[in-house]
Write a protein that binds this ligand. Sequence first.
Ligand SMILES: [Zn+2]
Length: 363
Amino acid sequence: MRVARTIFLALSVTSAAVSLTGCHLFHRRAAPQPAKPKVAAPVVRPPMAALDLTKVSPNEAGMVPILEYHDLVSTNKTKGYQYPAAAFRKDIQWLYDHKYRPISLHDYVLGEIDCPAGMSPVILTFDDALKGQFRYTPDGKVDPNCAVGILDDFHAKHPDWALKGSFFVLTNGDPHLPPPFYQADTAQGKMEYLVREGFEIGNHTVHHQLGMRHWPDVRVQQEFAQAVTNIHTFLPSYVVDTLALPDGVFPQNKKLVIGGASGGVTYHNICALKAGAEPAISPMSIRFKPYYIPRIIPGTGRDTIQFWLNFLEKNKGSKFVSDGDPNTYTLNAIQKSQLSLPRLQKGHFHLRTYNGTQVIDSK
Ligand SMILES: [Zn+2]
């Protein structure tokens, strides 16, 4: 199981103190729930990495598309949440050819964009643990036409396309729901496989009910906490701290998406993802709201993946282009006002601005 780098900011972690409108909370998965640092060690970031501005023009104030997939199917028609596996394969190839590389949702929320210089980050997400996402064939192999099979194959052919993506799973905590990925006998192995490969698992509630906006606080917390417990039946030490709200529906008490407790189980989320909208923004943008992160759905109409990826190609200035250094934000000097300097300072990130091939400021 992946145990990520442990970088904590020097701040006391109390979920009540966290605002919904700013990314005040940075923590990494490192220990089983519910262990959380009360006071963490300060961040020590390595020096800024060298950059050749004659070769790349980073824009780390730009937008980051977060793609929201549901089921992949063998037919050629996009219908509701069903998307052709062939179209998904095409999407990945298109992203690769247009210099996108996948990053983890955690890294994005923490602001540590780990993407080669000159490349653009993209985040893949998969909701509901549907059968077309991860399926075994009768002879026990990963189906080459499910999302995991397609990504495994693509990674084998293109090692610089990392196996990264977030699965917001439903488990059979609700007896009316099928097991994760619809194959009961292999559900355990699939959950372990995903984490071992480098994918992330997130909270998508237990019952996937849209009436949450009318629920009392007790019931909302029960729903989020129970989903964590259910994931722990498969992955006992996994830190479940990302949330995708079914259909983007918030509870009335929005603070409950950040953290809460029920039945002796506490939960804490570093972010909450909405459903279909537009590309997300730079995590250091002054407008970044970690508990209102938008995603884009597949399809061909307005506000779909195709629409927004084309938009970012036509409007290159809007697209996040990496400097290759997860500890540094590099951008054109005229865009400096778009980034939150307090958040950069709090995260101990370096900042470099430039004009043409000339560095203007670097610290
Ligand atoms: Zn869903």
